[in-house]
Design a binder for this molecule. Structure first.
Ligand code: FES
Length: 253
């Protein structure tokens, strides 16, 4: 009697009956996410070339502490970004979408759907340390505050020595903040919050309309997650290279 195709019970890392390139998505996720972590850490530690003319790198916004405080560890290079980046970084790190992506890409839990993992059981997010991922909703509140500063930076980016103007950098910051806004407003936590905060929907028409709106954005959350990640990195690179004189900021208006 022929064995059913789904009867594969062998164990071992990477064992699967899948025939497609299941490893491609986790491999790309690993490369892109790891590259971003390395670059953003390097950029945050530089402490220079984050401002040019009316432009401020999003890694350094808002610029709250500009001089090394007395209590700051001497062994650590001082940079204003060190007071900023932990908040958006933890907002992304605890994001429901990214969690699914980096659990697969970084610790193969599992490497992909239908592919066996290098451990016997899955403890899930009900115990330590992963239960701490539930702080995501609080980083969402912090992200809302950061958006206010980033939109202020966009408005400032139209101001060239007291005159209205538009440079390529203005557009870069505008696109970056728009994508970060879409990413933040498509967050699952906002959907839960706006839907009534309990496990059932609120009945008020305004609440339902807002819930539908956030749900529409939420369908594209993965797309916004990656586009905003690319763009926030590029916005820092743009300001940095213009500030260093490597790139010229073209004035459109
Ligand atoms: Fe991704 Fe909240 S779920 S930002």
């Amino acid at each position: 009697m022929a064995k059913p195709a789904t009867a594969l019970k062998r164990r071992g890392f990477g064992v699967t009956s899948r025939r497609d390139a299941w490893w491609l998505t986790p491999a790309v996720t690993f490369i892109v996410f790891a590259s971003f972590i390395v670059y953003s850490t390097w950029a945050a530690l530089q402490g220079n070339h984050y401002r040019w003319g009316p432009y401020l790198s999003p890694f350094y916004s808002p610029e709250v502490i500009t001089n090394r405080p007395g209590w700051f560890p001497h062994w650590l290079p001082f940079s204003p970004a060190l007071f900023i980046l932990p908040f958006p970084a933890l907002f992304r790190f605890t994001c429901y979408y990214y969690r699914g992506a980096y659990y697969k890409a970084f610790w193969a839990d599992p490497p992909a759907c239908g592919v066996s993992e290098p451990r016997k059981g899955f403890t899930g997010e009900h115990g330590w340390p992963l239960i701490a991922q539930n702080v995501h909703r609080y980083f969402f509140y912090a992200a809302l505050i950061f958006l206010i500063f980033l939109w202020r930076d966009v408005i400032v980016a139209f101001d060239f020595d007291g005159h209205f103007g538009i440079g390529v950098g203005t557009l870069v910051l505008l696109i970056n903040t728009s994508l970060l806004t879409c990413y933040t407003f498509s967050c699952h936590s906002l959907r839960h919050l706006i839907g009534g905060r309990r496990d059932c929907l609120g009945r008020k028409p305004v609440s339902l309309a807002c819930y539908s709106c956030v749900s529409g954005l939420n369908k594209k959350h993965m797309l916004f997650a990656w586009l905003s990640l690319f763009m926030v990195g590029f916005a820092d690179i743009y300001v940095r290279l213009v500030s260093m004189g490597t790139w010229h900021d073209w004035r459109i208006l």
